[in-house]
Design a protein around this ligand. Structure first.
Ligand SMILES: [Zn+2]
Length: 304
């Protein structure tokens, strides 16, 4: 599972183990800060605060949902009961409720949407609710209000014709489920997972899901490993990472048809086991204005 690149070239990084270790370190630093007596407002010492709430991406197409991650803190309190409520705007109709159960304080977590949630196009407000064992509820200050707006745009997903697409792993595979660590938007240190992970045996062919032109074949140590970028005839760019060394069978500038083998599944770069890290980019891969979308709906439509 490689991480989201920053600033023009893909940056990959910690696997889940390393990441959880880093989170423990971060938590330890937080605890230390507490014992050193970093001043906090009086009410914050008695009530939970959502110090961080991230909805990513902030605009999705109908049929998709954004990843929501959050961190709640309350000095001296280990867990709080928490839930998210999604309200349509401006009517404030509740359209989804995500019960987070007992949430560890001081740790970032990503919420798992309930199965089958389909939000129509529109604007939505995510609101965090939390309560500690004493019944104290979330503090809402201007900069840590526990509220955030996102947008669902109409149509693009429905307009993308599924006909003619091929699943990008030609062999037995397992696609990480929505909301899991291998899904789009899953939390990574400092950013979010920009693709979808698909586990398969090393060497299983990675194939072009749609026709197009190969625009990059590169190696990134400690990150994406061997990767291929495809400029699809559907106007979207596709990114395939962690290919087995020596398995890339295409070159930059080469036109390919849907189903053409690109490389073999591997674990080069930062990966804990053989898998394809797969991204779909609108506008263009790592160009100004380009942005990744959740590949899961497409993967499922292609036989995921
Ligand atoms: Zn990944």
């Amino acid at each position: 599972m490689h991480q989201a690149p920053a600033g023009g070239s893909p940056r990959s990084g910690a696997d889940a183990l390393v990441m959880s270790r880093r989170l423990r370190v971060a938590a330890a630093v937080l605890c230390l800060a507490g014992t050193l007596g970093i001043p906090a407002a009086a009410d914050a010492a008695l009530r939970p605060v959502a110090t961080s709430l991230t909805v990513w991406p902030r605009a999705v197409t109908a049929g998709q949902v954004p990843a929501i991650s959050l961190k709640i803190v309350e000095p001296g309190v280990r867990t709080v009961r928490a839930r998210l409520v999604v309200l349509s705007q401006p009517r404030q109709d509740p359209v989804a409720r995500i019960d987070l159960g007992a949430v560890r304080t001081g740790r970032r977590m990503t919420a798992a949407w309930p199965q089958g949630v389909a939000l129509p196009a529109g604007r939505y407000l995510v609101r965090v609710h939390a309560q500690d064992a004493q019944g104290h509820t979330l503090v809402r200050r201007a900069h840590t209000s526990g509220r955030l707006i996102f947008t669902v745009n109409p149509g693009a997903a429905a307009a993308a014709p599924p006909v003619g697409y091929v699943f990008p792993v030609a062999g037995p595979h397992t696609t990480w489920p929505a909301g899991s660590d291998g899904s789009f938007g899953a939390g990574r240190v400092g950013h979010q997972h920009e693709g979808q992970d698909i586990a398969a045996a090393a060497g299983t062919p990675v194939v072009a899901p749609v026709g197009g032109t190969v625009t990059a074949v590169r190696y990134q140590a400690g990150g994406a490993g061997w990767y291929v970028v495809l400029d699809g005839t559907d106007g979207r760019d596709y990114f395939f990472a962690h290919c087995t060394a020596g398995s890339v069978g295409v070159a930059v500038g080469m036109p390919v048809a849907a189903g053409t083998p690109l490389c073999g599944v591997g674990m080069t770069g930062s990966a804990t086991g053989p898998h394809l890290h797969f991204e779909i980019w609108m506008v263009g891969w790592r160009v100004p204005g380009g942005y990744p979308i959740d590949p899961l709906p497409d993967l499922l439509a292609w036989g995921g």
